[in-house]
Design a protein around this ligand. Structure first.
Ligand SMILES: Cc1cc2nc3c(=O)[nH]c(=O)nc-3n(C[C@H](O)[C@H](O)[C@H](O)COP(=O)(O)OP(=O)(O)OC[C@H]3O[C@@H](n4cnc5c(N)ncnc54)[C@H](O)[C@@H]3O)c2cc1C
Length: 108
């Protein structure tokens, strides 16, 4: 999310992991996540953004249903040395989940 906020961009893998975490781990309404992406993405496209969020939330036409990604497994597969995590200080977030207001998500 720090990469998205700073650059307006995020890889497709990152977008999928964020959406999965947002919906399936934080239990938040996918439409807030899609709206935040709409606000931040430099390549924002209505169909690609909202369609992918629907797909990750399991409310679109994807017959595979809910798409949940195991973040530890994804880290092992795609960032085994945790270079990306260190680059974007992904391991320094220390606020409590109950400090997050979905309307303002994420807090910087
Ligand atoms: C939650 C979520 C939101 C997204 N929102 C947007 C958006 O607002 N605008 C946008 O252009 N793309 C969006 N995407 C799709 C994809 O993440 C980006 O297009 C991709 O990151 C662009 O990377 P690239 O240029 O290296 O293309 P590559 O990854 O090399 O892909 C090649 C082409 O395929 C398209 N593409 C790749 N993956 C997808 C995908 N999952 N769905 C649709 N098209 C894809 C790319 O636009 C590009 O034209 C979103 C994906 C997710 C999971």
């Amino acid at each position: 999310m720090k990469q998205l906020d700073e650059t307006g961009y995020m890889s497709n893998r990152g977008r999928q992991l964020i959406a999965s975490c947002f919906v399936h781990e934080l239990g938040l309404d996918w439409r807030y996540g899609a709206a935040y992406f709409e606000q931040q993405l430099i390549d924002y496209d209505v169909a690609a953004n909202w369609g992918n969020w629907q797909y990750l939330a399991g409310v679109g036409s994807d017959p595979r249903g809910h798409r949940w990604f195991d973040l530890a497994k994804q880290t092992a597969m795609y960032d085994p040395q945790e270079e990306f995590i260190r680059r974007w200080q992904g391991n320094t977030f220390d606020a409590q989940l109950d400090h997050i207001d979905a309307a303002d998500w994420p807090i910087g």
